[in-house]
Design a protein around this ligand. Structure first.
Ligand code: NAD
Length: 353
């Protein structure tokens, strides 16, 4: 390994980075533990055909750091961690490879707890559990909390209520027009909650047939995925890819607020300032989309996972987001920066002296 890689880890402030290359199964994976100040590092395993090990390392370090902030702001007693398995899961995933990966996670002794992410499934988590206890998001039959997407959608719904309270002094959403970009697992569940709440919806997805079918069922409109960001609406809800809010898209926005589940919605830190200058309220992504990790954290309680209790805690995203907006006002900074500061202060206060 070159010193370049060590510098990279130091630059991202990682506590520990672990690599594995297993000749027998072809497993090549990296676990990054960014912080264990608040608890063990918990974050998903991304199975993805990175173009280089360098790219995989940069991604896992960035994602692990993001998990530290997400857990800290939502009140989880957990730290930041993430893992990547390098390869195309459709071509290289075998049970033996996943079992070798489970042994790797197990050897970290519980400093890193894994979960599902892009390219891995709940069935994979169930398989890992046969080797190591350090896995979350297993199926409910195994005592886990299952697919995190419904809880994530429930959390974004409560974030939207906080946005409404902030903008219109009333957290009722009936009559509000929400444009959802991406109606996959989270976006479609969110659309149903918003329909129940009396919202008017515009839906877009690159899978046009899926958007049309859901719109027909819910009585919503459909927009072209390339045009959804320019729709005049109360709230734009990015629920597909990251970096869609950027220097190019911000001048075209015609919404009062942005609140969705996609990770890393802002292309750069400067986009938070650009949104504020454009008068668009931004609900920081990792605050709005923490429902999944709040739900998963409930699995780690001594008395085991309780769906009702977990979902009540997901609803606290409403109050957390209002606190972020208030801190942004008090400190004269953007909501994105305010969320970061809240996380950093909680971690600093818990840091052993
Ligand atoms: P998903 O893959 O089920 O859904 C994504 C949807 O976006 C798909 O329907 C896809 O066709 C659509 N899409 C892709 N590109 C698009 C584009 N350019 N315009 C419009 N639609 C497009 O994923 P998901 O689990 O619903 O997650 C959505 C986002 O939320 C991701 O960024 C994910 O990282 C993030 N997130 C998800 C969870 C969770 O619990 N699932 C938790 C936190 C964050």
């Amino acid at each position: 390994m070159s010193f370049d890689l060590l510098d990279l880890a130091a630059l991202h402030g990682a506590e520990q980075v672990a690599f594995v290359a297993d000749e027998e199964t072809g497993l090549r994976a990296i676990v990054a533990i960014h912080s264990t100040v608040l608890g063990p590092g918990l974050g998903g395993t991304r199975f993805y055909p990175f173009t280089s090990e360098h790219d995989a390392l940069v991604d896992v370090l960035r994602l692990a750091r993001g998990m530290t902030y997400k857990h800290a702001v939502c009140g989880n007693d957990l730290g930041g961690g993430k893992a990547v398995i390098i390869g195309d899961p459709r071509a290289t995933r075998t049970d033996d490879l996943m079992l070798a990966y489970a042994r790797f996670v197990d050897r970290l002794g519980g400093r890193y707890l894994t979960a599902e992410d892009v390219g891995t499934t709940q069935a994979d988590m169930d398989l890992l559990r046969s080797v190591t206890p350090h896995v979350t998001g297993t199926s409910e039959a195994l005592g886990g909390s299952g697919d995190p997407s419904p809880a994530t959608a429930w959390g974004v719904y409560h974030a939207l209520r906080a946005v409404a309270e902030r903008l219109w002094d009333d957290n009722a959403l009936d009559g509000r027009h929400v444009a959802i970009a991406g109606i996959g697992k989270v976006g479609s569940a969110l659309a149903r909650h918003l329909t129940d709440a009396g919202c008017r919806l515009t839906l877009a997805d690159v899978r046009g047939d899926v958007a049309t079918a859901l719109a027909r069922e819910l009585g919503a409109s459909v927009a072209d995925p390339d045009a959804i960001q320019q729709i005049e609406c109360d709230v734009l809800s990015p629920c597909a890819l990251g970096a869609t809010i950027n220097e190019r898209s911000i001048p075209e926005l015609r919404c009062a607020a942005i609140c969705g589940c996609a990770n890393n919605q802002l292309a750069t830190g400067a986009d938070g300032e650009r949104l504020a200058a454009a008068g668009v309220l931004y609900a920081p992504d990792y605050v709005a989309n923490a429902g999944g990790v709040i739900n998963i954290a409930d699995e780690l309680r001594d008395d085991g996972y309780d769906h009702e209790r977990a979902w009540r805690r997901v609803e606290t995203i409403h109050d957390t987001l209002l606190r972020v907006f208030a801190a942004a006002d008090d400190e004269g900074i953007t909501p994105a920066d305010a969320a970061d500061r809240i996380a950093e202060r909680r971690i600093a206060a818990a840091q052993p002296s």
